[in-house]
Design a protein around this ligand. Structure first.
Ligand code: LLP
Length: 414
């Protein structure tokens, strides 16, 4: 469900033609639909409404202030992985009491900042990190709430780069070390041991791995109970997939039901950390064909967006649907859609059946709202593109296109 649709032959975002926005903002740009974001968040919230829960949006998927603010207003918390993300989440108005901090390499400075802000909890991934958190708590003379991220060793059946819950991955504590870790932490006065956490991977299109993970967590909870360690939160991470091509991911309802049926006898607050499934299909990347070229061997559309703007195709060979902003009825030809960057790996799509389009035509790269702008870079000294939000028949640039001056910010000639 999203609010990008054709009216006659023209692509709209909610109630504005995409072309109209392109003529004002110029290409390339990211375009987000607030109605889609709202719909997606509310679908999760409703699906989990039968159980105490907190939806901590994974800021890494899209860290734009307006996006975070909108989700915060709807009741979202945040899952953060850096001091920068903490800064953004707080600036966007997300209450510290709804922020969880994940990640294997939190620095002491980052730990101190988050502790000072009094976030809900740290998801601790190693015993040395636990020591660092203890040190900061003693230094700040406060108690810090923690949970351990455990690695349930389940196969998420997803791309190896975004699978995180296997023993060989760097994330979390092995289940076999978790009990000992909890015993150590619960003896420390400066720590409040409140939860258990896992995150098994991203773009999962089955519920079974989540169910497997939660069963393993329940097993550990019973063991902890035997030692008098009682927790308030079960954080199952994020990872629910979306449809990019022909995947059929579970809807939030089915996902919630599968999880809740495992824990409905427990009173713990369930935390989920969805990123992609909230923001993925709420955003597109709009780009223009600069040149068309036929080498005899291949047809190319050379567009003004590149791998620095949307890294997913180059990095993971990820599929994003690409559609013309103005539909045509011409024959389809196999085409590569490539950017201006000087690397063969700079493509948005390969061997794609595309209609005949002229220089200057606009294309929409679909499902680009998650890990799109947030993974963009300045490679080839390309200013990062603007982000635009639509609300019904209005739009606003919520992040300006970078200028050349901004590209050089902080640099000196020495
Ligand atoms: N929680 C933790 C601890 C995570 O590491 C992640 C994602 C999430 C939540 C959110 O997962 P989601 O619901 O979005 O699947 N750049 C890759 C995805 C990397 C995901 C990393 N962790 C991509 O473009 O596919």
């Amino acid at each position: 469900m999203n609010y990008f649709h054709y009216k006659d032959k023209e692509l709209y975002c909610e109630n504005i033609p995409v072309k109209q926005i392109a003529s004002k903002v110029k290409t390339p740009f990211y375009l987000y639909s607030s109605a889609t974001l709202t719909h997606n968040f509310n679908a999760f919230d409703k699906a989990f409404s039968g159980h105490p829960h907190l939806i901590c949006f994974a800021v890494k998927a899209n860290s734009n202030l307006t996006v975070l603010n909108l989700l915060g207003e709807l009741g979202a918390g945040a899952d953060i992985v850096s001091g920068g993300e903490l800064h953004r989440a707080l600036k966007a108005g997300i209450p510290a009491g709804k922020i969880v901090y994940s990640g294997v390499g939190k620095t002491e400075k980052e730990i101190r900042e988050a502790a000072k802000a009094d976030i809900l909890m740290f998801n601790v991934e190693s015993m040395e990190e636990l020591d660092a958190i203890s040190r900061q708590a003693r230094r700040l003379k406060c108690r810090i709430r923690i949970s351990f991220r455990v690695n349930p060793d389940v196969n998420a059946n997803t791309h190896p780069y975004i699978s995180t819950g296997l023993k060989k991955n760097k994330f979390g504590l092995p289940m076999s070390q978790a009990l000992k870790a909890y015993k150590i932490a619960s003896k420390r006065n400066e720590l409040d041991v409140v939860g258990i956490d896992c995150h098994i991977g991203s773009q999962l299109i089955q519920v079974e791995p989540f169910v497997d993970a939660i069963r393993r967590i329940k097993f550990l909870l019973r063991e902890l109970d035997d030692f008098g360690i009682k927790l308030d939160f079960i954080d199952i991470g994020g990872g629910l997939g979306i449809k990019y091509q022909d995947e059929i991911p579970p809807q939030p309802d089915a996902y919630a039901q599968a999880l809740l049926s495992e824990i409905n006898d427990l009173s713990h607050c369930l935390i989920i950390e969805p990123g992609r499934s909230i923001v993925g299909n709420a955003g597109i990347l709009v780009t223009k064909i600069l040149y068309t070229k036929d080498t005899g061997e291949k047809r190319f559309y050379i567009v003004d967006a590149a791998m620095n703007d949307l890294a997913r195709p180059s990095l993971y060979e990820a599929y994003h649907e690409i559609i013309p902003v103005i539909k045509t009825d011409t024959h389809l030809h196999t085409t590569d859609i490539v950017g201006p960057i000087c690397e063969t790996g700079d493509f948005l799509a390969r061997e794609r059946p595309m209609p005949d389009l002229n220089q200057g035509s606009l294309l929409a790269v679909m499902s680009a709202g998650a890990y799109g702008f947030s993974m963009s870079s300045n490679y080839n000294s390309r200013p990062r593109v603007p982000e635009v939000m639509v609300r019904d028949d209005q739009f606003k640039v919520i992040r300006k296109r970078e200028t050349y001056a901004r590209l050089l910010l902080g640099e000196t000639i020495w």
